[in-house]
Every structure is written in C-alpha cells, then in structure tokens.
Design a binder for this molecule. Structure first.
Ligand code: G6P
Length: 590
C-alpha cells in the first residue's frame, strides 16, 4: 500500500504535502515524491528512493513553488525500489502526472496498446500506464477531465489514483478498493489516502466511494460517477484529534500507542449500547457465525472464539480472510459474517465481505476507521474508538478489538453489565503495566534477549492466541525469529530447536497453569531460558513478568508486556519501531 495526498488552495502546497507525506509514511516508506503545478503552468516533479525526510534533504521539496500539488509515499508492489519506479509518474508528453495506490491488474494489456501507439516507458510499474493512457485519450481532442475519467474506466484491479495536468488548477481522483478521502477546508481542499494526511488542516471530510470520480479545484470538491454524472456525498465531522496523530513526548508512535491502551480499552468498552445489543441479537439469531480477519485482528478473533465458547457456550467459526472463499458453500442468508479490521481497508477482508454479500449473508464489522470501505459495506459496525494508529504494528487496536469482542460475548451471554465492569477494572491494571517502572523492568529482559536468534512462545487456552500475537510483535519489529505455539504443540517438532540459552516466553493463567508449567519444564530440561508471564512466579521461570489474573480478559493484559519487550528489542537492535522493513499498515493489495 502507499500514501497519497493532494492539495488545492491559496497556500504554498509543498509544506502541506511534505507534512502530509510524513504523516502517511506508515503506509509505505521505500520512496516518495511530489508534483506541483508551478505558477508558470508547468509541473515540477521531484522523487527518489528512501524516507521522506532524507529525500527532502536531497531534493529540497520546500523549494517547489505553487499552490496545487500531489504527493506519494510508496510501498513497492510492481517494480523494484528505484527512482524511476517512484511516484509521481509522468506521461510521455510530460504534461500529465499521476500517483496511485493499488494494482492495475490489466496493465500489461494497456501497456501493449500504448507501446503499439508508440509510447515508451522508463520504469517497471503498472502505474506508469495511467498517465500515458490519459495522454492517449486526450489525443482524440478530449479535455483532461474527460480523458482521465475514460482512462480510469479502463482500469481493472484496485486503485486510488490522483492526476494533474500541466497548467490546470485541478486534481482529478478516483478509487476502487483502495482508500481515499477528501478533506474540506476554508478556501482550500485536500485529498488523502487517510485522514491523518490532512488532520492538522481540517476535520471535515467527505468519504469517496468505489468508482466515484472526484474533481478538486478552486471552486471546491465535486463528485461524479465514471460517466460524468454529478452525485452527492455527505459531509462528515470526525473527532480524531491532532495530538492522537502526533508523537508528543514519546520517541516513537509504537510506545505512545502502547501507553494509550490505558484509555483505549475503556473507549472500546464504552460501546454504543444499542448497536452492541443489535449485533449480539444478530449473533444469537444467526445460523452460523464467522469471524473473519487478517494478522493481529485474526489473533484477536482467535481469542474471541475461545471466549464465545467459554462464556456464551457458542461455537463461532474463525477463518483467515484470505482463506474465506474456501468456506463459501457454508454461507446462506442466515449466516452472519463479522469482519474484524483496524483499517477497514485490508483487501482480503473486503473480498471476504464481497463473498458473503454474494451469498446473501449478513455482514457486520468491528473496525477502527470510520468511513473505511469495511465500515461502509457493513450492515452494522462496532467502532474500536482507538483513535488513529500510526505505528505499523497493531497494539492499541489489538487490545481494543479484544475488548469489543469480549464485551460482545458477554452481551450474547446476557452478562453485559459484568463484561463492562470487568473491562473497567482493567484501567488500573493497564496503568501499572505501561508505567515507567514496568518498562524499565522489561528493558532488563530486552537487554538479555537482544542478540538472540530465536524466541519461542507458548500458551494454552486463551494464552495460545496471545503467544501467536506476541511472536508476531517480536518478529515484525525486531527481526528476531519468534514463533508462537500452543503449549502442547512445541514438542511435536520445534523442541528440536531448543538449545542452551534459547528463550521461551510462557504465558499461563489459573486454569492451565499445571500443564503449561510442565511444558516449560520440558524446555528448561533442554537448556531453555524461561520467561514467565503469569499472576505468580514459579521456580521454573528465569525471568518473571507479573500480570494479574483477570480470567477471560487475560489476553488484553498479557500481551502488553510483550508489546513493550518487542518495542525495546527494536530500539536496542537499531530497528525503526514505527516503520519495520517490508511491512505496511494495511495490506490493500492481494
Ligand atoms: C497488516 C498490519 C497488521 C494488521 C494486518 C490486518 O499486516 O501490518 O498489523 O494486523 O494488516 O490489518 P487490519 O487493518 O485489517 O486489522
């Protein structure tokens, strides 16, 4: 996925776009570029590989003059990380510039046609076909806007695309499957792949729907369909604050967002009661409930499947969104699909929703981003209310998902009040777990583990999904190989890798302590270094992290020390916690 921003107004565009790119860097950070239509009418394009700040130092983005422009941060899909493949891309006649997020699946056909027409290409991206296709459309005498619309109509795949034409004070944009939202300011307008791109300028937004065609110029923002017919889209006010999208006193968003969990778990638990009860009712009435998600959201759903079983005596099906189509013959109009996603833009989740819709099933969601594709395509949504999560790793949204899913299970079981109170009790617990003294204590562990090649993590019952999520946190940010297992599984093969000093993090709780301690003993007997995460210590532990026993809510509290550990390992190993290599905040391509 990539980050996109556009600006039309009276101010210099470069500082606004540059700031927006810095805020969007979590969406992609291998290269970046800006195009600005200069007062003379010609377009200045500067782009390179690397992080936004480094490219700015080299190319002087702020030296670009003009009050309309577009900017892009890239996460490479088609074509390697090279200056040529960085966006914006320019048409052969040098007059049309385009930035794009997504994949043009039929780009080879389009490219062949363009080559036949004598066009040449300087890079390997699918995107480069788009400005040239617009140029081709303009050759027949069409104006830029019509040509852009007709070109976009020919694209298959997933895209959010912005285009400008030399000398015209206008940005045209469209999307299909990739996020794009317009920001309405006073005498100025914005467009971005995510609200933080322009949050410091306006909190008034208009969500762009798939296949909308949007024209932004000095007269304002106009919505059309791809045949050019005007359409109306509502204006929304959003309640995200700028502080939420800034690091404040923290060195990194990751630690800031870990610390915010004191409040975000409470905000998640503070669900709109009517919607919560309506979703609970749908769960009870459905003939078959599927939880569908990817990555950390999937781990939250795995926890939830145990919680539903334990508290609501109910089986819910759990499927990775990317595998969901394999289950489609079980879907009927009586099935309820609950899609869980922080961003609401993960392509596999959206595809699963399409599959469910095709079969007539009901679709509900648990999502953080208001107005996201998933939010708009759900019959009902429970909002995570976690505020923007900027770090690529999910931390506060993961525990918010756990809070919402747990509360839903309690509600289905007719025990809403008990669920609410149990979640309220966590405020104090999370406050202590994220306090400076806990962070210092965990740093001692990070110092011991920082040069290890492998970490294994085990848990049983609700501690099993926690082990999976904890392993994901460690590996994705510190690049130490980390694998999570259910306590019973490690000895079916992986125990062969335990050597003297190999660290194993052992999660346990009151209801599975005996068995998991036996598993820890097996690792210890082979020289493993045992780190216990539990309510009370045990002689098998070489290092102990105390987390109070909170029953079904243990997954919320037990992940927090390992989020902190993962963060500290990243810092000690010189890795960037907010933008780990090769990753993207939401995966909007297959
Ligand atoms: C990416 C992110 C993960 C996230 C997953 C699902 O891989 O790096 O942190 O868990 O996508 O994202 P979603 O927005 O659907 O929860």
């Amino acid at each position: 996925m990539c980050g996109i921003i556009g600006y039309v107004g009276a101010k210099e565009a470069a500082p606004i776009i540059l700031n927006g790119l810095k805020r969007l860097e979590y969406r992609g950070y291998d290269s970046a570029g800006i195009a600005i239509v200069q007062p003379s009418g010609s377009t200045d394009v500067r782009k390179d590989i690397g992080r936004v700040a480094a490219i700015d130092a080299k190319l002087d983005f702020l030296g670009m003059k003009g009050t309309i422009g577009i900017g892009h941060t890239r996460w490479a899909t088609h074509g390697g990380v090279t200056q040529n493949n960085a966006h914006p891309h320019i048409s052969n006649n040098g007059k049309i510039v385009v930035i794009h997020n997504g994949i043009v699946e039929n780009y080879q056909d389009i490219k062949r046609r363009l080559l036949d027409e004598g066009f040449t290409f300087y890079g390997e991206t699918d995107t480069e076909t788009i400005p040239n296709l617009i140029e081709l459309e303009m050759r027949g005498g069409k104006d830029f806007e019509t040509a852009a619309r007709d070109a976009i109509k020919q694209l298959d795949g997933y895209y959010a695309v912005l285009a400008m034409f030399d000398g015209e004070r206008k940005i045209v944009a469209s999307r299909d499957g990739s996020p794009l939202v317009a920001g309405v300011g006073a005498g100025e307008n914005f467009i971005g792949s995510d609200i933080p791109a322009f949050l410091e300028h306006t909190k008034t937004v208009m969500y762009i729907h798939d296949k909308d065609f949007v024209v932004i110029d000095d007269a304002g923002i106009r919505f059309k369909d791809l045949d050019g017919r005007a359409i109306e889209r509502p204006v929304h006010s959003i309640d995200w604050s700028l502080e939420q999208a800034q690091k404040g006193d923290f060195d990194h968003f990751m630690m800031k967002e870990i610390s915010e969990q004191v409040d975000t778990v409470q905000k998640a638990a503070n669900q709109d009661k009517e919607t919560l009860f309506a979703v609970a009712d749908a769960v009870k009435k459905a003939k078959g409930v599927f939880l569908v998600a990817c990555g950390s959201s999937y781990h939250a759903c795995l926890s939830a499947s145990y919680i539903f079983s334990k508290i609501a005596n109910m089986h819910v099906n759990l499927v990775l969104a990317s595998e969901f189509s394999n289950y489609e013959h079980f879907l009927t109009p009586d099935t309820l699909v609950i899609a869980v996603s922080q961003s609401g833009e993960t392509i596999d989740v959206l595809d699963a929703v399409r599959t469910a819709r095709r079969k007539g099933s009901k679709v509900m969601s648990i999502v953080n981003v208001m107005g996201s594709s998933l939010h708009r395509n759900s019959d009902l949504s429970l909002m995570l209310n976690a505020g923007p999560e900027i770090c690529v790793l999910s931390t506060k949204t993961y525990t918010a998902q756990l809070a919402v899913l747990s509360l839903l299970a309690y509600t289905v079981a007719g025990r809403y009040d008990e669920g609410r109170e149990s979640l309220q009790y966590l405020w104090n617990v999370i406050y202590n777990l994220t306090a400076a003294n806990t962070r210092d204590y965990i740093k001692q562990l990070a110092d011991k583990l920082k040069d290890k090649e492998h970490v294994f993590l085990i848990g049983r019952g609700l501690q099993y999904p926690t082990a999976l999520e904890a392993a994901l946190k460690i590996k994705e940010v510190s690049y130490i190989h980390a694998e999570g297992f259910s306590g019973g599984e490690l000895k079916h093969g992986t125990i062969a890798l335990i050597e003297p000093g190999t660290p194993a993090i052992v999660f346990s709780s009151a209801d599975n302590e005996k068995e998991i301690i036996s598993n820890a003993m097996e690792i210890k007997a082979r020289g493993g270094y045992i780190i216990g995460v539990n309510a009370h210590s045990n002689e098998v532990f070489d290092f102990f992290i105390k987390t109070p026993e909170v029953g079904l809510l243990n997954p919320i509290v037990q992940i927090i020390p390992v989020q902190i550990l993962a963060y500290q390992l990243a810092v000690l190993r010189g890795c960037d916690p907010d933008m780990p290599r090769n990753l993207a905040k939401s995966v909007t391509v297959k």
